[in-house]
Design a protein around this ligand. Sequence first.
Ligand SMILES: [Zn+2]
Length: 326
Amino acid sequence: MNPFPPRFLFSAALLLLAAPVGAAPLRIATDIPVTASIARQVTGDLAQVELLLDRAADPHDFQLRPSQVRALENADLLVWMGPELTGWLDRAAAQRGEEAQLALLDVAGVELRALTDDDSPAAEREGVEAHTDDHDNGHDHDHDHDHDHDHGSQDPHGWLNPENGRLWFATLADQLARLDPQNGEAYRRNAVAAQARLDATETEIRSLLASQEIGPFVTFHDAYGNFTAAFGLPDAIAITLGDASAPSAARLSEVRDRIAASGASCAFSETNQPARMIETVIDGTGLKLGPPLSPAGLDLPDDAALYNQMLLQLGQHIAACHDGED
Ligand SMILES: [Zn+2]
């Protein structure tokens, strides 16, 4: 038997052609698992993609360790959602050149839904005052942002609308092509393939959701407006606000009233959050508790497929909880 069949030689030649000549691969730092997945789908093997957020952490509230600060400094490009979601990168992003960072939520053409509680004073505050921070001295205003964005009442979980994901694949490919022109065509081809995969995922989710009668459902934090709008579902009822900060007693009681009036039949806790709060709120309501949702993909393997897997899993959990409803 020939130990080197022609196909093997052909593949080896292609690998040699694909390897960047004389240039180190780009290093890309990313904020949350979804962003890392988007970057990996566009770069393939042509760049090193690093995820900054710890798996057990809250995407809205994180502090970089010194080793992560160094990794970020050494990165050619920072891809992050933006100050509305991952404000812990705001300062680092501001220090980078325009082509050395990409804030996905700020890309022209991105569609964001208003937060579900848009008209509440608390929702007005969100995005200006990112969150209270219990790592330090207890002041609520330590993380005010100086940037002049005005996204205060928009839901920053924009990746839950696949339309935004498709736009970001193309935007990122264009930026990578400017940073690494030699591989520009490859990035653009990868982006087109990623868009097609996301189309297929979206179709699969639509058919899953169409198989059940899905009413409003209850969630841990106000993160699902972009998903429910994209997939034609009623707004979810969130127990905590868009930044996942702890709800007041008054809000909890208001939420219980809304649940009672809504005809909701399902509630979901969230990865990395205690289920106890959801359990307390739905106690005595007859709502079914579904599995924890993970809108940032924190419970999935950190690889290129994570974004699509996360969306699909969201659709599966929501459909399964409503299975058998009238
Ligand atoms: Zn969130």
